[in-house]
Design a protein around this ligand. Structure first.
Ligand SMILES: [Cu+2]
Length: 498
């Protein structure tokens, strides 16, 4: 493992390198000295030379990636990425409301070269309901850009960063509740090529896994809403490559010809599950472990962490259909994690049988367990005001603060205020229902319109009573304490009414 030792160049001045050539010291060999590795990095070496010119980044939708970078110098790279929310099929006959970067799940693939200064423009479409931002794992800086990129619908945020470390990095939304934004599809990959580029191959593809949580079980028809409770329990209904069941099968399968070398840029958006990434009928000749500089060879199955990546490379020797799976195998046959790579070309004695069955992943109906609703362990019905306020503050910090802020002031244009909110204080039953069911649609708070979505919160009845008591009695608000029986009555009424 000689590739990570050349760190002394860290302090070298870029000014000493005038010529737009790659770094002077760029030799990485395996132990026997025979081979240049796929990500033939120099370790952490910031001799990138001057930033020359500027260009607009080419972005691609999965399963495609932009062409390899041929520049031999760093540049100013302008990225325009648009957030779009829309409803689309997640499976045959099943719709889901996705939140996306660039209109696809995963989001657009971004290709950079180490040393590039990226000017990032995050556009949030005016039709969006939610604010969004972006945390790029390729960024060195607070929140990976999240703090600088919080963008309400109809706005654009701009920030810049230099890509300092070669590798394959995940980007994702980091707006509260983070898990929900990721679960709805807000992730993608950004590649930072080493100065001398990657080893040339014949085909490159973009595959990214994600887990999805729906109110109905796998395959249940109609529009399926996001299920926060299942997400918290990591009880995924769908585990998918590239955002839908069947995204890479049939005429959408990846393709290659016998004798070609294929590189897969593989990401895992999560939000929860780790992928045991495997291609049935292949062996990865090389794997950039976790998307970094360490190269493993002759690998059958490689782990892709949630919020992580790998680069796999293999030569296809025989014709047939290779099946791309998460080898946590129920996910493949019961939750959708199945793609295909069709290899065509001359037959060989060891032809892969190619016996694929398009029905195998459909309609098997995973035995998804129903998650029981929030805990209802018995609590004294007689907590006094002080106790309610104490518990409520804790519950507020855990469940509400990310959006409505510690002082209850909310965030203008995104999250309405609770402090002195006329909407909140006008109707106690309505407030209770918001706590139990979330809220969407147009409302007016203190003269300002909001048309957004507050997800359903998962809290015990006791917590609901405490948090609402706290909210109704903080930041200048004043009301009676909320009792457990009030919460239970509201719940019973909802159960009857629907
Ligand atoms: Cu988001």
């Amino acid at each position: 493992m000689g590739s990570l030792v050349l760190t002394s160049a860290l302090t070298a001045s870029q000014a000493t390198l005038g010529g737009g050539e790659g770094p002077a010291v760029n030799i990485t060999a395996s132990n026997d000295g025979s081979e240049i590795l796929p990500l033939s990095t120099t370790g952490y070496d910031n001799n990138w030379g001057p930033i020359i010119g500027e260009e607009n980044a080419v972005l691609t939708s999965p399963p495609f990636v932009p062409a390899p970078i041929t520049r031999n110098h760093a540049t100013k790279l302008i990225v325009d990425l648009e957030v779009l929310e829309f409803t689309a099929p997640i499976a045959d006959g099943v719709d889901y409301t996705f939140w996306t970067y660039g209109g696809t799940v995963p989001g657009s693939f971004i290709r950079t070269r180490v040393g590039d200064v990226v000017e990032f423009n995050l556009h949030n479409d005016p039709s969006s309901k939610m604010p969004h931002n972006i945390d790029l794992h390729a960024v060195t800086g607070p929140g990976g850009g999240a703090a600088s990129s919080f963008t309400t619908p109809g706005h654009t945020s701009q920030f810049s960063f230099q890509v300092t470390n070669p590798g394959l990095y995940v980007y994702h939304c980091a707006t509260a509740p983070v898990g929900m934004h990721i679960a709805n599809g807000m992730y993608g990959l950004i590649l930072v090529e080493p100065a001398k580029g990657l080893e040339p191959v014949d085909k490159e593809y973009y595959v990214m896994q994600g887990d999805f949580y729906t109110e109905g079980a796998y395959g249940e028809a109609g529009h399926q809403a996001f299920d926060m409770n299942k997400a918290i329990h990591e009880d995924a209904d769908y585990v998918l490559f590239n955002g839908s069941v069947g995204s890479m099968v049939g005429d959408k399968a990846l393709t290659a010809e016998v004798g070609e070398t294929v590189r897969l840029f593989v990401g895992n958006g999560g939000p929860n599950l780790v992928s045991s990434f495997h291609v049935i009928g292949e062996i990865f000749d090389k794997v950039n472990v976790e998307g970094g500089s360490l190269v493993n060879e002759n690998v059958q199955t490689t782990l892709v962490p949630a919020g992580g990546s790998v680069i796999t490379q293999f030569k296809v020797d025989v014709p047939g259909t290779l099946i791309i799976v998460d080898h946590s195998i129920f996910r493949t046959f019961n939750k959708g994690a199945l793609g295909m790579l069709n290899v065509t070309g001359p037959e060989d004695l060891k032809v892969y049988s190619g016996k694929q069955d398009d029905r195998i992943y459909q309609g098997e109906g995973g035995a998804v367990q129903k998650v029981s609703t929030a805990g209802t362990n018995e609590i004294p019905a007689t907590r006094d005001m002080a106790k309610r306020m104490e518990l409520g503050k804790r519950g507020y910090e855990a469940n509400c603060m990310a959006c409505h802020q510690a002082n209850g002031a909310g965030i203008t244009g995104a999250f309405p205020p609770l402090a002195k909110s006329d909407y909140l204080m006008a109707d106690r039953d309505r407030a209770l229902n918001i706590m139990l069911k979330g809220l969407s649609g147009k409302i007016t708070v203190n003269g300002t319109d909001y048309d957004s979505v507050m997800p359903q919160m998962v809290m015990s009845d006791d917590d609901v009573a405490s948090v609402l008591t706290y909210v109704l009695n903080s930041w200048g608000n004043k009301a009676d304490k909320v009792t457990l029986s009030e919460v239970k009555a509201a719940k019973a009424k909802n159960a009857g009414g629907h």
